[in-house]
Write a protein that binds this ligand. Structure first.
Ligand code: GRF
Length: 204
């Protein structure tokens, strides 16, 4: 018998390979979440095609016409509510949200970042990892908070950094891990096995 699955939206700005990994995970009948909506702020985002191929509703909300972060976020919030979504996964969504939006979705919005947070938040992660001569890097899924890439960690996995690595080869190795990690983290949150309580990730 089909079980009730947690309606989830994915926010993207680009190629959407993490979105694809979430779509594939949700295609398995006993997965506890379903992708109900994909929102992109970029009209030509490659990842939108993954959603269309899977018959998932898409909505393009360009950020530029909005006078403020709050106004843009209010439009996103409206779309999420209209789709009756409970969880949100950010997957390469290149906009910073207003505090209002983050608080509204607190504990129900996840982000993936291609480093072993709290190390290397922000952009140009792999270049920074190589410059720092790290011997390992990895990926992190965390609850979104107002501070960038600083939310309580839900799941994290490491990969080795090779002496021969370029930012591109390291990014590819980390991306493979991301594609496994994000569905695992979404499963944990959708099943209620990890929650955000008083600013901490609490595991059941
Ligand atoms: C990933 O490396 C993710 O960790 C970061 O942005 C990239 C998005 O890649 N936040 P994709 O669009 O999912 O392929």
């Amino acid at each position: 018998m089909a079980c009730k699955r947690v309606r989830t939206a994915v926010l993207i700005s680009g190629r959407g390979t993490n979105l694809k990994s979430l779509i594939d995970a949700c295609a398995v009948p006993d997965f506890p979440a379903e992708i109900a909506l994909v929102i992109s702020n970029v009209e030509g985002a490659g990842g939108l095609q993954f959603a269309r191929d899977a018959n998932i509703a898409t909505k393009i909300i360009p950020h530029r016409p909005f006078p403020s972060r709050e106004a843009f976020d209010a439009e996103i919030d409206g779309a999420l509510h209209a789709a009756n979504v409970t969880l949100v996964c950010e997957a390469g969504f290149m906009r910073i949200h207003s505090e209002w939006f983050v608080k509204r979705w607190e504990g129900r919005i996840l982000n993936i970042h291609p480093s072993l947070l709290p190390k290397f938040p922000g952009v140009h992660v792999h270049e920074q990892v190589l410059a720092a001569r790290e011997t390992e890097s990895g990926a992190t899924v965390h609850f979104l908070i107002t501070e960038l890439d600083a939310g309580p960690i839900i799941a994290q996995r490491a990969v080795p950094v090779m002496a021969s690595d370029t930012a591109e080869t390291l990014a590819a190795r980390v991306l493979d891990i991301e594609h496994m990690l994000y569905p695992e983290a979404l499963r944990m949150v959708a099943e209620g096995n990890v929650t955000l309580q008083n600013g901490k990730a609490v595991f059941a």
